[in-house]
Ligand binder design. Structure first.
Ligand code: SAM
Length: 214
């Protein structure tokens, strides 16, 4: 699956095609000094905006599978003189950042691509600090995608065949132990490839550490 994804996004790294499906990063509200992570950052536009918000005492990380996307992102950061942004290659099933290191996690139209979504949500919960927050825009399936399409790497790379049903999506988020989950916006169903899908943006947090009262 990931080969087809990297081929598709290596081509898209060179085009001006819009690749997002919601306003996730703009709903993040980090304060100076905080750490933000954009999962599947593409050309890095949201990472650079977040780097500006957290300032020199903070840091923004962009994670992506496709080296061509990361090259674009690093070049833009260099040209703009941004020194508090780092772009790393990783699959969202094994993000490679330390546990409890992120105040904010965002992602836009990426988790639908990931084969083991439960594992990716486990990674999101792992790298968030206690009380850390996430805002994620993505696509879900309005009707189940056929087994044949789900097994088609090209269809998964096109942002529709990897989509799971809404209830499965929310079960993965809750299963990772994340809480206060709010859907901030949601589209009407639309046709993509051979599937009926919809886009939504969800926000939530990792539980804060509770102090023992004993
Ligand atoms: C639809 S684009 C979205 C890019 C960016 N978030 C935006 O809104 O412009 C999906 C991005 O996710 C990356 N991607 C897909 N599957 C991934 C995975 N398993 N792990 C990390 N990145 C992945 C692709 O390389 C691509 O850059």
């Amino acid at each position: 699956m990931t080969d087809a994804i990297q081929v598709r996004y290596s081509e898209l790294a060179e085009s001006s095609c819009c690749m997002s499906c919601g306003p996730a990063a703009s709903l993040c509200d980090p304060t100076p000094g905080q750490v933000c992570v954009d999962l599947g950052c593409g050309r890095g536009t949201d990472v650079l905006r977040l780097a500006e918000k957290v300032g020199p005492a903070g840091h923004a990380y962009g994670i992506d599978l496709t080296e061509a996307m990361l090259d674009k992102a690093r070049n833009t950061a260099r040209k703009l003189g941004v020194t508090n942004a780092t772009f790393l290659r990783a699959d969202l099933e094994a993000i490679g950042l330390p546990s409890a290191s992120a105040d904010w996690i965002t992602s836009n139209c990426v988790l639908n691509h990931v084969a083991d979504k439960g594992r990716a949500w486990g990674e999101i919960a792992r790298i968030l600090k206690p009380g850390g927050r996430f805002v994620i825009s993505d696509i879900y399936a309005v009707e189940p995608v056929s087994a044949e399409d789900r097994a088609d790497p090209q269809a998964v790379a096109e942002c529709w065949a990897g989509a799971v049903m809404r209830h499965e999506y929310l079960a993965n988020v809750a299963g990772a132990g994340l809480q206060d989950i709010v859907i901030t916006e949601e589209s009407a169903p639309y046709r993509k490839g051979r599937a009926n899908v919809a886009s939504f943006t969800l926000a939530g947090r990792k539980p804060a550490v509770r102090k023992c009262c004993g």
